[in-house]
Design a protein around this ligand. Structure first.
Ligand SMILES: *Cc1c(COP(=O)(O)O)cnc(C)c1O
Length: 360
């Protein structure tokens, strides 16, 4: 087998670095999925997943990447227009999914790096007859964090549902499904939860599940009504991705040992360290205003004339992987994913490598 490097070298904003113990868990043998053994595993995973989402409700498990549960969210919505809050590539993807699922979609767009405000949202909600809004919690293409609680509250005030993509948020950025009375939150395994890619998770409120019963084009694979029905007996509708669930089992134990709140604090500390470095290093700057920065990912603008992709290669030569800027930001920025099982110590090592590449 390939020798593993020491943990703390891989800082993509997804997939993030996975600990050896978690990778090793995937070597366990298969079990039949219509069995007491699976139901026991499912029930145990629910305990940890509910803690991550801060909910008492069932957490749906999907053998897909996060995008699958974005599509599930749209398909669960009964007829009506969708308003998509767009401030980067992933929030644009949510709008695109809604369109490709045959929905009428309007966009409330702000520049990349910005966040959405309730003042900006209100006129849209008053003007249109929307069934739901889509919003991205941590916009991974820029590192901006939307205040999903206040956005959701405003939507509810005006009778609109709020579908939240927290793929790079959940497990790293504070989110409390029950206390904040959220409608639908989805995430993926490979970002702040610190697992390999291939699993998606979502929670839907009771109201969303009953409304979904009236949605006529839910399809089959991403139908939350079926997921909810099966979850009641600790089951899933189709064959689960066992190997990834074994990895999840081990990771949820580690998350329980650390504590979800402590995990949020650790992510905040990593983001602060990264911000402080960018704010005090000549020639570089975080593209997001300090009060809107995500705890899990930062996009750093490089000095004029320094190419983003070449910079990432130079950092790579020192054994540290960082991300290129997303899409149109690729030439002028780079991204650091400080999420999952990274710590202020590993992030400090990453920043030292970036510092070295700046002066090389
Ligand atoms: C990574 C990401 C996605 C897409 O998730 P996949 O797992 O690649 O399908 C969607 N939204 C956000 C905010 C992301 O960071």
């Amino acid at each position: 087998m390939q020798r593993q490097p020491e943990f703390g070298t891989f800082f993509l904003p997804g997939p993030t670095e996975v600990r050896q113990e978690v990778l090793a868990a995937m070597l366990k043998p298969m079990i039949p999925h219509r069995s007491a053994a699976f139901e026991e595993l499912f029930a145990r995973l629910q305990v940890g997943l509910r803690d991550l989402f801060q909910t008492q409700r069932s957490v749906f498990l999907s053998a897909s990447s996060g995008t699958g549960m974005m599509e599930a969210a749209i398909r669960a919505m009964p007829a009506g227009r969708i308003l998509s809050l767009v401030n980067g590539a992933f929030s644009e993807r949510f709008a695109h999914i809604a369109e490709m699922c045959g929905r009428e979609v309007d966009r409330y767009e702000v520049p990349w790096g910005d966040v959405h405000t309730v003042e900006g949202l209100e006129p849209y909600l008053r003007a249109g007859k929307y069934r739901a809004i889509t919003v991205t919690h941590s916009e991974t293409s820029t590192g901006a964090l939307n205040a999903v609680r206040t956005i959701s509250d405003k939507a509810h005030e005006l009778g609109v549902l709020c579908l939240i993509d927290s793929v790079s948020g959940l497990g790293g950025a504070e989110l409390r499904f029950d206390e904040w009375q959220l409608d639908y939150v989805l995430t993926g395994s490979q970002k702040a939860i610190g697992l390999p890619p291939g699993l998606a998770f979502a929670v839907a409120s009771d109201r969303v599940v009953s409304l979904a019963n009236q949605a006529t084009e839910r399809g089959v694979y991403f139908d939350i009504v079926e997921m909810e029905r099966f979850a009641k007996t600790n089951q899933v509708p189709a064959t689960p991705a066992f190997s990834l669930l074994y990895a999840l089992d081990v990771q949820l134990d580690a998350i329980r040992a650390e504590g979800v709140h402590a995990r949020w604090d650790r992510h905040t500390a990593m983001a602060h360290l990264t911000s402080e470095w960018a704010d005090t290093t000549a020639g570089v700057s975080n593209i997001v205003e300090p009060q809107f920065r995500s705890p899990t990912v930062s996009t750093i603008r490089l000095p004029d004339g320094m190419n983003g992709r070449e910079f990432v290669k130079r950092v790579g030569a020192s054994g540290i992987t960082v991300g290129t800027g997303y899409g149109k930001l690729g030439d002028t920025t780079f991204r650091i994913g400080h999420m999952g099982d990274h710590t202020v110590e590993t992030v400090a090592r990453c920043l030292a490598a970036c510092e070295g590449a700046l002066s090389a």
